[in-house]
Design a protein around this ligand. Structure first.
Ligand SMILES: CC(C)(COP(=O)(O)OP(=O)(O)OC[C@H]1O[C@@H](n2cnc3c(N)ncnc32)[C@H](O)[C@@H]1O)[C@@H](O)C(=O)NCCC(=O)NCCS
Ligand SMILES: Nc1ncnc2c1ncn2[C@@H]1O[C@H](COP(=O)(O)OP(=O)(O)OP(=O)(O)O)[C@@H](O)[C@H]1O
Length: 220
């Protein structure tokens, strides 16, 4: 039996950083943002649909989709973001499904984590055995986002506002990983969850809706 987890959290919460830590423990990870880059490449089905919906002005000098331009558009207009999601999400899901079944075919004891920001917003959690939520406090989130992406504060605030707040998200999580402190602390959080996952893997015990002692540690 393998385990298949959704690894989610709001922008710049540390999903990629956490995924790398799980990888170093032997888990398989899949990144929905990376897949979105693959399925939107020049010549792919989603590429043409995006041009049809947004016009050629969103292309760069090489004819590829300019993600910066698209980002400005969709985070300033909710209806446009919905249009983009309707094009890209089904393509991401199809691609991801194939990767998961490939991994499961290769390794029957695999722990697979799909990293995606919108699992809870889109209520697309039924396919997973459990949800891991990476939590970051608002101040660190904004600081890390501005530092990493070099975008202006106004756009950063809009992206943050487009996502479901943590107070709501925690209700859907089986595990919470706190990433409000340093990387050492993050590593201990990842190890803690990994050890519980291993127990579930070997005992074949289903992950309950709420794994007590972990969930609500930060939210009372
Ligand atoms: C808007 C786009 C072009 C910006 O590309 P860019 O390379 O700058 O960012 P990247 O794809 O790495 O996403 C970074 C983060 O932005 C946030 N984000 C991206 N899309 C969305 C969205 N539709 N709603 C809310 N937040 C989003 C997520 O936290 C994500 O992890 C791109 O994010 C995109 O195509 N989004 C639509 C697909 C999508 O929903 N992806 C996110 C989850 S699968
Ligand atoms: N505990 C930490 N202390 C300091 N910086 C951190 C910490 N965790 C992550 N970071 C940094 O914060 C930024 C955001 O982290 P990361 O890219 O892992 O987040 P993400 O959730 O994958 O982002 P996105 O939502 O855009 O996909 C990165 O530059 C990362 O190096």
């Amino acid at each position: 039996m393998s385990l298949y987890l959704g690894l989610t959290g709001n922008i710049a919460s540390g999903k990629s950083t956490v995924a790398k830590m799980f990888e170093s423990l032997g888990c398989y990870t899949i990144d929905a943002d990376e897949i979105s880059r693959i399925v939107m490449k020049k010549g792919e089905k989603a590429y043409f649909k995006i041009i049809e919906a947004f016009g050629e002005k969103i292309l760069d000098e090489n004819g590829e989709i300019d993600r910066g331009k698209l980002k400005e558009i969709v985070f300033n207009d909710d209806s446009k973001r919905v249009v983009l999601e309707q094009i890209v999400h089904p393509a991401i899901r199809d691609y991801e499904r194939k990767l998961v079944s490939e991994i499961k075919g290769r390794d029957s004891q695999a722990i697979i984590l799909t990293q995606a920001a919108l699992i809870i917003e889109k209520k697309s959690f039924d396919r997973f055995d459990g949800i891991i939520l990476v939590y970051v406090d608002r101040k660190s989130q904004l600081e890390r986002l501005l530092k990493r992406d070099g975008i202006d504060k106004e756009l950063a605030e809009k992206i943050i506002a487009s996502q479901m707040p943590y107070e709501e998200k925690v209700k859907y999580a089986n595990f919470i990983i706190d990433n409000s402190k340093d990387l050492e602390h993050l590593k201990s959080e990842v190890n803690r969850v990994y050890n519980v996952l291993k127990i579930h893997l070997y005992t074949k015990k289903q992950i309950k809706k709420v794994d007590k002692g972990i969930l609500y540690k930060f939210f009372g």
